[in-house]
Structures are given as structure tokens and as C-alpha cells.
Design a protein around this ligand. Structure first.
Ligand SMILES: N[C@@H](CCC[C@H](N)C(=O)O)C(=O)O
Length: 259
């Protein structure tokens, strides 16, 4: 049985097993590795697995898996990957790297990582009477509500995620409460985790865009169960451009596990 070294990182409580896979010890198409490592009872336990690999053109490549083995863009995971790449000595305080949805830039100031997100074109923002669907690299359902602290996010999120419209591909579900012109609170049910997580980077980005479309102003401070994030962008012809997601990313511990 082979054992691998891993690191545990968290970005506002969204937690990840991170592996330096520059030696390609792990096969990057094997989703069963993510299923095993992310399992909170039989593995390490996390909201996702991140592999860091070399890339010919960029500083590094980040490969992200949800705990069920599916793949999508992860904003908090990308911020953690940047911090880990700095720890490995691959980068200094600035980087350009490849993630699931394309090329990103990031800068690091202590534990704070500022990450560029892809432009969110008009066609990726759909407005409905009661909600938005916005794709920020991962698909998000955004619904404004009051007293979100009292919500059963797992139950209500799952009922939307497994509804006929989204059952096959899945969707992340975000409940948003407006606090002021520049501040919102967000709780998120994540597909692939199939539970509420303490924070979701692509989710808060979608919520910030919806908030500005509802009359709010960028930059938007976002309170999640796991801490504070900030999203800034410019709206240009109904597209969100120059989008930045900023917040803390920290190493929690290091370990070894047999696969
Ligand atoms: N936690 C992530 C999003 C991870 C992917 C998501 N669960 C999906 O499958 O769409 C984030 O911080 O963005």
C-alpha cells in the first residue's frame, strides 16, 4: 500500500486536502482518490481535494475535485492552492496559474490571497422573479432571504439542487441576506459536497454580482459562517469584469495517509 503526504488548508472554513503532485504520484483522472481522501470518517475529511502540478506555460496547475469526485472551479480552493504554491517555493507573492475554468492571477499579503476570477458574461447571469442563476466558473442559484441564520440550508438547498431542473448537473444554492449597500451575509449548499459548507468562493462571487444588480455597490463585503470575504468587480454592459475575490487562506496541518 502506498502512502502519500498531504496538507490540510482552509479558506474561510471551506477546507481542502492539498497534495504536491509535481511527481505525478497520483493519477489526476482518478476520482476515487478524492472520494477516499475527502471522506470525513474513512479518510482525512474535507470539502475537496486539490492537486498541484507543474505547467509548461504557467507557474502551476491546480486540479480540483469535490468529495464525490466531480470537478468544477473552486474559488476558496484556488486561494488555498496559491498559498500552498508559495509554501512550496513555486511562487513568491504574485502568480499566474491554471485552474479548472482557465487562467487566474493572484497576489498574497500574509494570509490574505487576492484572486482574479473570470469575467462573468451577460449570458452567464440569468435573472428570474425570485432568484438568479449565475455561473462564476461553477453554477450558482442565488436567492435573497431574511433571517438566513435560521434557515435549514441543507434541506432547502438540497430541495433546489435535486429539483427536476437541476437534478442531473447539479447546482450550488446560495441564500443571501442584504446587510447594507456594501455588505451581505451568505450561506451556501454545495453540490458535490451535498451539504452546507462554511463558505464558497465562487458562490459569494455570484451573490455579490446579484447584490449589485439589486442596487448594491462593489466592493461587497461578505459574511459567511467561516469568516469574511470581499468581492470587487465592474459591471460593463451587464457583464461582470475585473472580478476579484479576496480573503484568508491558511495551512491547518500536514499528514500522511495510506491509499
Ligand atoms: N467551494 C468552492 C466551489 C467548489 C465547486 C462546487 N462544489 C461545484 O461543484 O460547483 C468555491 O469556493 O468556489
Amino acid at each position: 500500500m502506498a502512502s502519500i503526504e498531504f496538507y490540510k488548508y482552509q479558506g474561510t472554513g471551506n477546507d481542502f486536502v492539498v497534495v504536491d503532485n509535481r511527481s505525478q504520484k497520483l493519477y489526476r483522472n482518478d476520482k476515487s482518490i478524492a472520494q477516499k481522501l475527502c471522506d470525513r470518517k474513512f479518510g482525512v475529511g474535507s470539502d475537496g481535494l486539490i492537486l498541484i502540478e507543474d505547467h509548461e506555460e504557467y507557474d502551476f496547475e491546480m486540479i480540483f475535485f469535490n468529495p464525490d469526485g466531480s470537478q468544477s472551479m473552486c474559488g476558496n480552493g484556488s486561494r488555498c492552492a496559491v498559498k500552498f504554491a508559495q509554501f512550496l517555493g513555486i511562487i513568491g507573492n504574485q502568480t499566474t496559474f491554471l485552474s479548472t475554468d482557465g487562467v487566474h492571477e493572484a497576489s498574497i499579503d500574509g494570509d490574505i490571497v487576492r484572486l482574479s476570477m473570470q469575467d462573468v458574461a451577460q449570458g452567464k447571469i440569468n435573472t428570474f422573479p425570485e432568484h438568479f442563476t449565475i455561473n462564476t466558473g461553477s453554477p450558482h442559484y442565488v436567492i435573497f432571504a431574511s433571517n438566513i441564520k435560521d434557515k435549514n440550508v441543507k434541506e432547502e438547498g438540497a430541495s433546489i439542487r435535486y429539483s427536476e431542473e437541476f437534478a442531473v448537473d447539479g447546482i450550488n444554492v446560495n441564500f443571501v441576506e442584504k446587510q447594507s449597500e456594501n455588505k451581505i451575509s451568505v450561506r451556501t449548499y454545495e453540490r458535490g459536497v451535498e451539504d452546507e459548507t462554511l463558505s464558497c468562493g465562487t458562490g459569494v462571487t455570484a451573490c455579490a454580482i446579484a447584490h449589485v444588480l439589486h442596487g448594491g455597490a462593489s466592493p461587497v463585503q461578505i459574511e459567511t459562517l467561516g469568516g469574511q470575504l470581499s468581492v470587487e468587480f465592474e459591471l460593463e454592459k451587464s457583464s461582470a469584469k475585473r472580478v476579484w475575490l479576496t480573503g484568508p487562506a491558511k495551512n491547518v496541518f500536514k499528514g500522511e495517509i495510506e491509499l
